[in-house]
Design a protein around this ligand. Structure first.
Ligand code: FAD
Length: 452
């Protein structure tokens, strides 16, 4: 066993942990980053599957995500826009395929009117919510008591409108059933992206990608840290007192003045704390859980849908794959589609054999793009639910009432232990941008403490 001494030990080499480590280094503090996996990046993972480069985890950057944009620029990475020329596709309750352009789904004028009105209401509410302190809104308790589903049903009885409104924060973002989280949680999601309308606008929320893959962000951040990133070393225990911490893996013991837990909150309990974490954290952490979505990749010899005048952007709250996009790599002749299967649909699919699952998903994609979608050259499902060191996708959210009850202590340090990850972010919540913001925040808090 090796024994190491550092100012700060960072647990987790995702975007949050690696950002914090670099910031601390810049401020003159010594760091070590312990990573459970044999790679860095966590939920960022660009891999080559059967000859195709795929973004198995996070990939898109939106225009409001300044922290991530600054990092991408600082690392000298290039970005490119998602292909979006042509018509989008929407499938309604009758299964008919409708082409459209712009943000509004091609629904009946009556349904369109309801969607527009409720969207306006949601934008007004989200504008009042500070994403860093949603619990501080005067109506936070009230909004955390009603489910997203129940609130939508209070606004209208138009089922198609409800399904389309529910979609943006539910199926597409928190990836939990709409009865499983509150209106307040939904408003946090919207406020963290600037507005509810931003979330609905695919051209905004899924704007840019990084040439060569977004995992380069953590890879390059780790490169700057050199030997101070230790892979394949899950932290098993953490002893702590006001004087500092001792983090232990199967091979290494690290003594430090401060620790940063830079991973999903559902994994805090994988670490044995001595003394135990305080009552408040024990309680709080139990009320956060991961959503669940399967990201599906299908690569074809060419982007055949473009020949039909389609952009590749497709939505339907009635389809197994509720959204899908052209995800062709920069400069690639082949065409890639990415589809998503969320919450209970994802549960149901994993009851099936791999062959049946593939058939069902490709069948759903073929409803949007035609029969050619059924025969990709490369097919792959990102299943983050079976990843021990993540346990779901995209990120964590509170159960009913949890955000108002516990939110204010989400980022509160416990003695020398600080918490940072995208799941705890305000602006950029659940996104890489939020992970970077949290990494910067805890680094500055520790630098301040270290100076006094
Ligand atoms: P993580 O990336 O989870 O990093 C935590 C690290 O800690 C991991 O490497 C883990 O192995 C390690 N770890 C855990 N426990 C221990 C331990 N005990 N000891 C040592 N190490 C430990 N975001 C976007 O902005 N745009 C997108 O398009 C997007 N799409 C997504 C698609 C998918 C399929 C997924 C899964 C996520 C997506 N996200 C997207 C979300 C984004 O990827 C995450 O929010 C972000 O990467 C989280 O970074 P993090 O550093 O907070 O946590």
């Amino acid at each position: 066993d090796q024994e190491i001494s550092r100012d700060v030990v960072v647990v987790g080499a995702g975007a949050a942990g690696l950002t914090a480590a670099n910031e601390l280094r810049r401020a003159g503090l010594s760091v070590a980053v312990l990573e459970a996996r044999d790679r860095v990046g966590g939920r960022l993972w660009t891999d080559v599957i059967d000859g195709a480069m795929l973004e198995l985890g996070g990939q898109w950057i939106s225009p409001d995500q300044h922290a991530l944009q600054e990092t991408v620029e600082d690392l000298g990475l290039e970005t490119f826009s998602r292909h979006r020329d042509g018509d989008s596709v929407y499938i309604g309750p009758d299964g008919a395929v409708h082409r459209f352009t712009g943000e509004m789904f091609p629904v009946s004028p009556a349904t369109e009117k309801v969607i527009a009105e409720v969207t306006e209401r949601l934008d007004a509410m989200a504008a009042e919510v500070d994403p860093d302190r949603p619990w501080a809104h005067p109506k936070a308790a009230e909004w955390d008591r009603i489910t997203w589903d129940a609130w939508l049903h209070e606004q209208t009885d138009d089922d198609e409108a409800i399904r389309n409104l529910a979609f943006a924060t539910g199926t597409a973002m928190l990836t939990k059933p709409t009865h499983a989280f509150s209106l307040l949680q939904s408003l946090l999601m919207a406020a963290s992206a600037g507005s509810y309308s931003n979330l609905v606008d695919a051209d905004f929320i899924l704007d840019k990608r990084v040439v060569g893959g977004l995992q380069q962000v953590p890879l390059l951040l780790a490169e700057r840290l050199g030997d101070d990133v230790l892979l394949g070393q899950p932290v098993r225990s953490l002893e702590w007192s006001e004087a500092g911490v001792v983090a232990t893996t199967d091979r290494t013991v690290i003594k430090a003045r401060y620790a940063i837990l830079a991973h999903a909150p559902v994994l805090y309990s994988r670490i044995s704390f001595t003394p135990p974490l305080p009552r408040r954290q024990h309680q709080l952490h139990q009320h956060l859980s991961m959503g669940f979505v399967i990201k599906v990749h299908a690569v074809y010899d060419r982007p055949f849908w473009r020949e039909q005048g389609l952009s590749g952007t497709a939505f339907s709250p009635y389809e197994l794959s509720h959204e899908a996009y052209d995800n062709t790599n920069h400069g690639d002749e082949r065409g890639t589609l990415v589809g998503f299967v969320s919450d209970r649909n994802a549960d149901d699919l994993f009851e099936l054999s791999a062959d049946e699952r593939r058939e069902r998903i490709l069948e759903s994609l073929s409803h949007y793009y035609g029969p050619e979608a059924k025969n990709p050259l490369v097919y792959y499902e990102s299943d983050w639910g079976s990843e021990e060191w993540t346990r779901g996708a995209y990120a964590a959210s509170f159960d009913m009432g949890g955000l108002h009850r516990y939110g204010a202590d989400l980022r509160t340090a416990v003695g020398p232990i600080h918490f940072a990850c995208s799941d705890l972010a305000g602006a950029g919540y659940q996104h890489v941008d939020g992970a970077i913001r949290m990494g910067r925040l805890v680094a500055s808090q520790i630098v301040d403490k270290a100076r006094t």
